[in-house]
Design a binder for this molecule. Structure first.
Ligand code: EPU
Length: 421
């Protein structure tokens, strides 16, 4: 168990480079098992989720090596095994092995996924999709058994009841090698889905429409990777550093950003009074003079990302007026609230909304990060607040933020990780 120890209240300056997107990476690694040749990913974030996914690959006799941000995976001698080890439960995205194994072997046995506790996270849409492609699904001993007919999966029309990133990705993975055409209606449009489709298309897949709400997949015989794939920048990590820069920066460059991925977020920051220079692949945040709080409603891409609702609440502790956040995707993503209150923050839940007021008496103290973005908001608040903040269960932050301690220190923050005895 790790503790993140922060001595806050300092002004930060300099530049920081954003790593590859966590939520792309955690789909790309399971997708790599569809290749018959070695796969190379560039710009891989150094996060615990990657270590855990590599351990799962190891269980399937798929060796991998990592050299800084270059990950090489060799799935040429893959073995079909049930994925029921503890590592599967360490992250939500392990459910992408369901779609990938089903494609590669016509069968998948995978434990129920774990991951962040941000309220109920059912996978009914994934299961409905697998069944629509002709697979049978049954549950046994905490695992899901999915099996294609002996003649293989058959492309079909899959219309989701609502937008789901995970179900869209799992359907792409399951249908790339199916017979005929699959059409996904009401598909999620997140940039990470485009990234996955680009990777698969470069291996020979035929996926059109990724990034729109209708995706068409023409099944192909087999897939082989030829070139390395550079993972897109992490828009949530970028957003987190932009918030830090707006809160306590004395001029910070955030590099390796695709501003189009953060459109609504950047618009909200401007509305709050944050002064930025938005370049082609970077954002410069000027020191902030006065902030005003705003209302935010999260929604699927291109809307305001749920993954930034907790981080931006920390910026609202510095703004005039009442901030209101309505997380329509994960209304129960509120476990950061009592922890922030321990630090003197004025934040509370009111029906389906989170309300926030300027908090002039923030003070470092002992808090616990229950999940990744709750952890991010505690980290930001710890950097703002004077005194010492000790974030317990900081592994939840390290799970998803690339070399976060190194990056914060390079901006002048006093932060370190210590092992909890
Ligand atoms: N949902 C269902 N049934 C399903 C699938 C989803 O009811 O079968 C519901 C969910 O409970 C949620 C909504 O639909 O209310 C949207 O969920 P979605 O499936 O889009 O989320 P996800 O794929 O499980 C990914 C990211 C999350 C991010 C969400 C929303 C990964 C590995 N995770 O989760 O990232 O919050 O999309 O954008 O890509 C994070 O990085 O902090 C994180 C939690």
């Amino acid at each position: 168990m790790e503790i993140m120890d922060i001595h806050g209240g300092k002004t930060l300056a300099g530049s920081v480079t954003v790593g590859g997107a966590k939520n792309s990476t955690v789909a790309l690694i399971p997708a790599s098992i569809l290749s018959h040749t070695k796969v190379v990913f560039d710009s891989v974030p150094q996060i615990k989720d990657v270590e855990n996914l590599r351990a799962i690959l190891g269980d399937m006799n798929v060796p991998s090596t990592i050299d800084e941000s270059v990950l090489t995976i060799d799935p040429s001698n893959i073995k079909q095994v049930p994925l029921t080890s503890g590592k599967i439960q360490s992250l939500r995205a392990s459910y992408y092995f369901m779609g990938a194994l089903l494609s590669r072997f016509g069968e998948a046995v995978v434990s129920f996924p774990g991951g962040d506790d941000i309220g109920p996270r059912p996978i009914d849409q994934h299961i409905r999709g697998f069944q629509a492609l002709g697979a049978t699904v049954h549950f046994e001993n905490d695992s899901i058994h999915i099996k294609a007919p002996d003649t293989g999966l058959v492309g079909t029309m899959i219309k989701f009841d609502f937008i789901s990133v995970g179900a869209t990705i799992n359907m792409i993975l399951a249908s790339v090698l199916a017979h005929g055409q699959t059409t996904i209606e009401n598909a999620a449009r997140e940039p990470e889905i485009i990234d996955l489709a680009t990777f698969l298309n470069n291996m020979g897949a035929r996926i059109r429409g990724a990034g729109t709400s209708q995706i068409k997949i023409e099944g192909v015989e087999s897939l082989s990777s030829k070139n390395s794939h550079t993972i897109i920048p992490d828009r949530i990590e970028a957003g987190t550093y932009i918030i830090i820069a707006a809160a306590i920066g004395n001029g910070i460059w955030i590099k390796n950003v695709i501003p189009e991925h953060l459109d609504l977020f950047l618009g909200k920051l401007e509305e709050m009074g944050v002064n930025m220079q938005i370049g082609e692949d970077s954002v410069y945040v000027y020191p902030t003079e006065r902030l005003v709080n705003v209302e935010i409603k999260t929604s699927p891409f291109p809307g305001f990302a749920t993954d930034l609702q907790q981080p931006i609440s920390s910026l609202m502790f510095l703004g005039e007026g009442q901030g209101v956040i309505h997380d329509t995707i994960y209304p129960k993503r509120v476990r950061h609230i009592p922890e922030l209150c321990k630090m003197g923050a004025k934040i509370w839940k009111h029906e389906n909304e989170i309300r926030i007021l300027k908090s002039d008496h923030l003070q470092g103290t002992d808090v616990t990060a229950d999940e990744i973005r709750a952890g991010a908001s505690l980290m930001i608040t710890g950097l703002i607040a004077p005194g010492e903040t000790r974030i317990h269960d900081a592994g939840n932050i390290l799970r998803g933020y690339d070399r976060v301690v190194h990056k914060l220190r390079s901006l002048g923050a006093e932060v370190r990780i210590i092992d909890e005895q």
